[in-house]
Design a protein around this ligand. Structure first.
Ligand code: ADP
Length: 852
């Protein structure tokens, strides 16, 4: 195989794969791009939703802060109202008002609600004294304020406990941040809140930023239209201090908005003014969303910085890594799927191409083979024919038609065409023969048929056929060749003539020569001079040898041409053996060999006596020739199980060399040793022997052991002594069957059913039995060694004595050989059962006319 042949299919697949795989790559890139776009879109949408949510949270937070501050304002305004109504509010009234408000529960983050009284420096002492008089002996206003024109000590602060106690008496006006808010509140008459302060309440724990809200109080009834009037009428402030962390926790409540919140008291994000920072878990990444809002509250601007926390971002942003991972996985999957599909497709295409190439090659091979066939047929000058039994069609090639003088298609082709082309006399036999071939198990057959040429002459044709069968052995189609034998026959005839001429022409003078030499050597013409004797004997011996050779050659010729006629008769084997021994005694004596006959079997055989003598003479002469002087040659018989008798000729010769054993029965075969040449002979004897025995239904063989002699044997079917049953008044039947096993079986079946049975194996024997014995019925095999059973049927039916004897034909070919005029014949197909046979027999006996 060339290298290209090895690689090209693989290369094709690879190339194809590369080309196809670019599609897979394309799919990969495309799906990745699509994913990117989807991811982008998703991100945008997520962003929008997150931003909306963030804005919403910011809005609610800011709103909540504003609302709560308004609530606080309301509380303070309510307290202010209390003063407005009653001018003075006692400590007890203040407490009950506050208790009513339930600040701790409802407004977490308010440190308290207090009242800081505006005290002019001149009234300070009286003020201190009045408070001390209330029972607060240590009451002081602090811090000392030097020359301040206004003091605002905290007088009431509810709840009046805990941290708040630290603020009692504290002058808030003394502290600038508070002062600024108080001043503005007092001047405007509006609530104000402070910037970042440290509350007095930060006595312990973590210090929180503080903010205060003030609502100014004016003495009732006094004008408050201008700043001065308001400052003049200022009675004090109600206020609330707020610890910012607590306040914001109260506002934002438990809800965790996932936002980070920073509040600066002021309009910048100055760390010093930071009043609130949500307690966030520190995080590295910058916030996704942030917003800075300025909130104007009661004279202050709060700067609120709101930022989204990682949890918020995570909530709105799907896990990108996961999505990307999944997407890439999906793309890769698609990629592999596509490439595997393309690979498969490539393989399928490569396979298809390979198959197409195969088909093409087959087609080419078919064309080539058709061409060869047609050339071969042209060369051989044979015709071609084909019978399709299934389809009922018949085809013959132009040459087959020309052979009989027709143009193709000139006659209508069907399965019976061949019958129509035959001389009518041949049809019956040909059909029977064909039927038999069909029913047997053979696949090939060769037969010689005669057909009628268009011109009227008869053309001998050699038909060779092949039978195609189904599983049950039924023929489906028969096809083959036809060969015109006209020329062949003519040559054969010439050869026959030549052989007969030569044999006659050679034999006649040779007989004279041998005879004359025999006479001379025998001394009929007087004493032969010693000097000549040896030469004359050599001449005599060789003339005889030449005679044998011619005889053998003529026999061979006849056998080959199928012209050897066999006169088959029943013979006693013992007698034949005795004769054979007797006629070879002289030859044995000549070689100083003792020839004996042992246990000749008391059986009869159905053979041609002369031919068997020829066989035995050949065996014996060989055995004698090869047995050393003084040795012994034995002729003896054995019966085999299969109903055959074996005739053995055993010698004490050298045996046959293994190298020669396979060729012993071949024509002109002689062992190479000079010994065998010296023994003379033609090498044809055993070949002729084999032919003869096989023609008589037997077989030949030999057993040899080098140095210990050889036994040549032939086996022949035994004609059983009991072929004729003793007559005890039963109906007598004749069984005509050449196949010994079937014959014996029929015999047994009929004998067991109570019939007397005679059994013969040939037409000849049947004729002699019928001539001497009356039979109630016959069973007949159509195929007999000496002719067709059909002949016997015709003979029996034409003889007035046997005309009505029922005949049961038991044959493989029965269905093809029935004639319309056949009466009293029952056809049975082989193999048959006892029941079939007996029913047929009873039927036919009932319908038969009484035998005359
Ligand atoms: P031939 O005329 O030569 O005897 P056959 O056909 O009878 O021809 O024998 C063929 C050959 O077989 C003989 O030439 C011989 O070599 C061998 N052969 C035949 N019979 C015997 C035997 N009994 N012992 C040894 N060899 C034998």
């Amino acid at each position: 195989m060339s290298e290209t042949a090895i690689h090209s299919p693989l290369n094709k697949v690879q190339q194809s794969f590369h080309w196809r795989s670019s599609i897979a790559w394309l799919v990969l890139v495309f799906t990745l791009l699509v994913q990117l776009a989807i991811l982008q879109h998703l991100k945008l949408k997520e962003d929008r939703a997150a931003r909306q949510q963030f804005d919403f949270l910011v809005e609610t937070t800011v709103e909540a802060i504003g609302k709560r501050m308004v609530d606080h304002e309301q509380i303070l305004l309510g307290a202010a109202g209390l003063f407005d109504v009653s001018g003075e509010v006692s400590r007890a009234q203040w407490r009950s008002y506050n208790e009513r408000l339930q600040l701790a529960e409802r407004y977490p983050g308010i440190q308290g609600v207090g009242f800081a009284k505006a005290v002019r420096p001149e009234a300070l002492e009286a003020h201190i004294q009045s408070i001390r008089n209330e029972g607060f002996a240590n009451y002081e206003v602090y811090p000392p304020a030097g020359n301040s024109s206004l003091r605002t000590p905290i007088v009431y602060l509810e709840p009046f406990n805990d941290r708040n106690l630290a603020a009692f008496g504290y002058d808030m006006f003394a502290e600038p941040v508070r002062q600024q808010a108080m001043q503005q509140a007092a001047e405007t008459g509006q609530p104000h809140i402070t910037g970042r302060v440290r509350l007095r309440q930060e006595t312990h724990g973590k210090i929180q930023a503080g903010v205060l809200m003030y609502v100014p109080l004016y003495e009732p009834g006094r004008p408050v239209a201008s700043i001065e009037e308001r400052m003049q009428a200022l009675q004090g402030f109600v206020y609330s201090p707020y610890r910012m962390d607590d306040l914001m926790r109260g506002i934002l409540g438990a809800a965790d908005p996932n936002l980070s919140l920073h509040i600066y008291a002021g309009d910048t994000e100055d760390p010093d003014s930071l009043i609130f920072a949500s307690r966030d878990v520190p995080h590295a990444e910058p916030s996704q969303y942030r917003e800075v809002i300025r909130l104007d509250l009661y004279g202050q601007t709060w700067t609120l910085r709101l930022e989204s926390l990682p949890a918020f971002d995570a909530f709105f942003h799907t896990n990108n890594e996961l999505v990307i991972g999944l997407g890439i996985g999906l793309s890769l999957l698609l990629f592999f799927l596509t490439s595997s599909l393309s690979l498969r497709r490539s393989r399928a295409e490569a396979l298809a191409e390979e198959m197409t190439e195969h088909i093409r090659e087959n087609k080419r091979a078919l064309q080539l083979s058709e061409e060869r066939l047609s050339l071969a047929l042209k060369g051989s000058n044979d015709g071609l024919w084909d019978m399709n039994l299934d389809a009922g069609t018949f085809y013959a090639s132009p040459r087959a038609w020309h052979m009989l003088g027709y143009r193709p298609g000139e006659l209508q082709s069907d399965l019976t065409l061949w019958e129509r082309l035959m001389p009518p006399a041949d049809v019956r036999q040909a059909k029977a023969q064909l039927a038999q071939t069909m029913l047997s198990a053979v696949d090939h057959f060769t037969t010689e048929l005669r057909f009628q040429h268009k011109s009227g002459t008869v053309v001998p044709v050699l038909i060779r056929g092949y039978i195609q069968r189904d599983r049950n052995g039924q023929p489906l189609r028969i096809s083959g060749t036809s060969m015109d034998l006209t020329e062949h026959k003519r040559i054969e005839q010439m050869k026959d003539q030549f052989v007969s001429t030569v044999s006659h022409e050679l034999r006649t003078p040779l007989t004279s020569i041998s005879g004359a030499l025999g006479l001379v050597n025998g001394g009929a013409l007087g004493e032969v001079p010693g000097s000549m004797r040896e030469m004359l004997e050599i001449a005599h011996r060789n003339s005889l040898r030449l005679g044998y050779l011619i005889d053998d050659l003529l026999d061979m010729e006849k056998i080959a041409a199928g012209k050897m006629a066999f006169d088959m008769r029943e013979h006693s084997l013992g007698r034949l053996l005795e004769e054979a021994l007797a006629s070879n005694q002289a030859f044995a004596a000549h070689y100083g060999v003792n020839c004996v006959l042992r246990n000749p079997a008391p059986v009869n055989v159905w053979i041609d006596g002369l031919r068997l003598q020829q066989v035995l003479a050949n065996f014996l002469s060989n055995a004698i020739k090869y047995t050393p002087e003084g040795g012994e040659v034995t002729l003896h018989c054995t019966l085999t199980d299969a109903g055959h008798v074996r005739i053995n000729v055993t010698d004490q010769g050298p045996g046959i060399a293994p190298s020669f054993q396979t060729r012993v029965f071949e024509k002109f075969a002689q062992a190479d040793g000079s010994d065998s040449r010296q023994k003379g002979g033609t090498g044809l004897g055993l070949a002729i022997t084999k032919e003869f025995i096989e023609r008589m239904g037997g077989r030949v063989g030999f057993d040899t052991s080098e140095g210990h002699g050889t036994t040549f044997w032939c086996e022949l079917p035994v004609l059983e002594a009991s072929t004729s049953s003793a007559d005890q008044g039963q109906p007598r039947l004749l069984v005509i069957e050449d196949e010994p096993d079937t014959g014996r079986l029929l015999h047994l079946m009929l004998r067991d059913a109570g019939y007397a049975v005679d059994r013969v194996q040939s037409l000849h024997a049947a004729r002699s039995k019928l001539a001497t014995t009356r039979y109630e019925a016959l069973t007949l095999d159509l195929h007999l060694p000496d002719g067709s059973g059909r002949e016997l049927i015709d003979e029996v039916r034409s003889n007035p004595v046997t005309r009505d004897v029922p005949i049961i034909v038991i044959s493989a070919a029965s269905q093809f050989d029935q004639h319309d005029g056949d009466t009293g014949i029952i056809w049975l197909h082989k193999p048959i059962s006892a029941a079939q046979l007996l029913i047929a027999l009873t039927d036919s006996l009932e319908h038969a006319r009484p035998f005359p």
